[in-house]
Design a protein around this ligand. Sequence first.
Ligand code: SF4
Length: 316
Amino acid sequence: MSSVRCRSLLSWYQLNARSLPWRETDEPYKIWVSEIMLQQTQVKTVLPRYLDWFDQFPTIVALAATSTDDVLKAWEGLGYYRRARFIHQAAQQIIVEHQGRFPTAFDAILALPGIGRSTAGAISAFCFGTATPVLDGNVKRVLKRWHGQVDASDKQLWSLAQQAIDKSGEPASWNQAMMELGATLCSAKSADCDACPVNENCVSAFQVVYADESRKAVPVRNVHWQVHLHTCPEKGIWLTRRPDSGIWAGLWTPPIIEMNSTPDITPAYIHQLTHRRLYLYPLLSDQNPQGEGRWVQSIEGYALPTGIHRLLEKVA
Ligand code: SF4
């Protein structure tokens, strides 16, 4: 990848970059939170939540001092709640190991919970100007298409990404440009090669074969859950906390029992996760609930998964 090719992508980015709040700062705390929020959530969903986050947790110190429940609640609607738990644990680790200041060394960033090589690369490049590449799903797709290597391994892609950022001369902008290209012109669903700044050098230009790319799609398993809705006018609704691992770890839900699929009943709500499709069947009950949990008059103060919110709206 020559420096001329790098320049055309960087110029395109300068002219076409979307204006996003995390691009207006090099403050590590703000970059870090944006990178984690954006890992598996769309920009339009993240935008309002990102600004709210800093109203609620203005500093790493404030975040570390908050309860896990409050952090999960603040994360509500963003999905993949494990990320919120990691952010909270990482904030506490930063207090203990780095005196409350976000670490500057790449290895120290990588050692924080929830931060992998790609996220550490993004934070380090954006905040400290290091030539550390991002290799998220978007960037992988662009590299594979650009080099015509649909079957490239992660090791090969890291090598290509490193060579490119080394040549770019502008690591932060390079990472941003690659991510932007993958999020816009060279997306999973379409490739606008006409408008692409690298179309003269891209092996796959004007001939992307989507079938080749999708053949390794991760299988989705159907899961059928009976959701026991114990409600009482005086006490509210009975909620239990999910286990610390697995689907919706640590969140509050009504009691859930896995069941076999039943062709006779239709689920009230179907919630799609990356590897699971949850079929939710509400079961209204005026019986006293069994096991651990609590009656809550209002679910406002509790972090509930979006699937349960939607189910409750359906049966309200
Ligand atoms: S030319 Fe087409 S396939 Fe190649 S990087 Fe650009 S948009 Fe993607």
